[in-house]
Ligand binder design. Structure first.
Ligand SMILES: [Zn+2]
Length: 225
């Protein structure tokens, strides 16, 4: 059953590739809608503090040097509600594990709707909290969807286009799904001062990652698999 699904999925991707010969070239038509969150003084201060206390990096500005792109799904909400959720500088009360290590709210650089529309919430080289141990070098892309509401083909295509665009701008070496991040624990990239600070993730899903990876295979981006 699962194999059939993967095969069917591969066919969809191949169809997209064949019908769009210019796919691998420069994507001048890529449209990104700016929808900034409030990167307030409080958020700046909490981000600098996170960089120091969690990643062990002392910086005067909350900037990152992007080496990795991490894909996610939001598990709930829509563009408006997720934008509002990320807009607060401090994390919500009931996220106890996250709140204990830092008061900084979670966030991501990009948010992609189910129809493939791409929104940018945070500039690429500013810090966002979206992946333990790796935030200091990782651009985050969130997608509206969940396990019950699987990500769409339009989202696969938009994620791939955005990854291609970001790879042309920065020295991106890795492309991973959030569910894969723990694999980096024993690498030199991992920077988290508390070895016990781990949360287990299932987003954005293996089928989705296979689809995106197939569309950007020519970029040679690495993962831990
Ligand atoms: Zn995630």
């Amino acid at each position: 059953m699962k194999k059939n699904y993967v095969f069917h999925f591969a066919l969809i991707i191949l169809t997209i590739l064949i019908s769009n010969k210019n796919y691998a070239q420069n994507d001048a038509s890529l449209h990104i809608t700016q929808l900034p969150i409030n990167y307030s003084k409080e958020r700046i201060d909490l981000s600098i503090q996170y960089l120091k206390e969690r990643h062990g990096l002392i910086q005067t500005k909350p900037t990152i040097n992007p080496k990795m792109i991490v894909l996610h799904f939001t598990a709930f909400g829509n563009i408006k509600s997720i934008h509002e959720y990320f807009n607060a500088a401090t994390i919500e009360e009931n996220r106890q594990i996250n709140k204990k290590v830092s008061a900084l709210n979670v966030g991501s650089h990009y948010l992609i709707d189910r129809d493939g529309t791409i929104y940018q919430l945070i500039p690429d080289t500013l810090f966002a909290r979206h992946v333990i141990g790796l935030n200091y070098c990782a651009i985050g892309i969130e997608n509206i969807g969940s396990e019950k509401e699987p990500l769409t083909n339009e989202q696969i295509i938009s994620n791939a286009r955005l990854v291609r665009y970001l790879s042309s701008k920065y020295s991106i070496e890795y492309l991973i799904g959030h569910e894969e991040y723990i694999q980096f624990r024993n690498t030199s990239l991992w920077k988290e001062t508390d070895a016990k600070y781990i949360t287990y993730k299932n987003d954005p899903g293996k089928i989705f990652m296979q689809g995106v990876r197939l569309l950007v295979a020519d970029l040679g981006l690495k993962s831990m698999y």
